[in-house]
Design a protein. Structure first.
Length: 118
C-alpha cells in the first residue's frame, strides 16, 4: 500500500514537472512577433515592417476598406485574399535576414511595402 502511495506521488511530481516545462514553451509561442499589414481601398497603411531573423512570426493582414485586397509576397510564399472588413492571419516559419516585398495584387501601384528581417 505504501509503495502505491509513493508511486502515485512520483507520477504526480513528474506530471507537475512536465507541465512546468511546457508552460514557458506555450507562452513563448504566444509571444511570437506580429507583422500587421493594413489595407484600405487601394492604400496600405503599413509599408515597412522590421522583424528578427530566424524567428517565426504571425502575419496579420487587415482590410479596413470596402473593396477586397489581396496580400501577395512571392518571397514569403503567401497569397491571400482579404474581404472588406476582414482580418486574415498566417504563421510564417523562420526566415533568413533579407528584404521580403509585399503588395496588394488588386492595387499593385499604390500598395507596395517591405518586411525587413534582420
Amino acid at each position: 500500500m505504501r509503495r502505491r502511495f509513493l508511486d502515485a506521488l512520483l507520477v504526480q511530481g513528474l506530471a507537475a514537472a512536465l507541465l512546468a516545462c511546457a508552460l514557458p514553451a506555450a507562452r513563448a509561442a504566444d509571444e511570437m512577433p506580429v507583422a500587421r499589414v493594413e489595407f484600405n481601398d487601394g492604400a496600405v497603411n503599413t509599408r515597412v515592417i522590421e522583424l528578427p531573423a530566424k524567428t517565426r512570426f504571425l502575419l496579420e493582414m487587415v482590410n479596413n476598406g470596402k473593396t477586397p485586397a489581396e496580400f501577395e509576397s512571392r518571397s514569403l510564399g503567401v497569397e491571400i485574399v482579404i474581404p472588406p472588413g476582414a482580418t486574415r492571419t498566417r504563421k510564417i516559419p523562420p526566415k533568413m535576414a533579407g528584404t521580403y516585398p509585399f503588395f496588394d495584387d488588386f492595387h499593385m501601384e499604390t500598395t507596395q511595402g517591405h518586411i525587413f528581417i534582420k
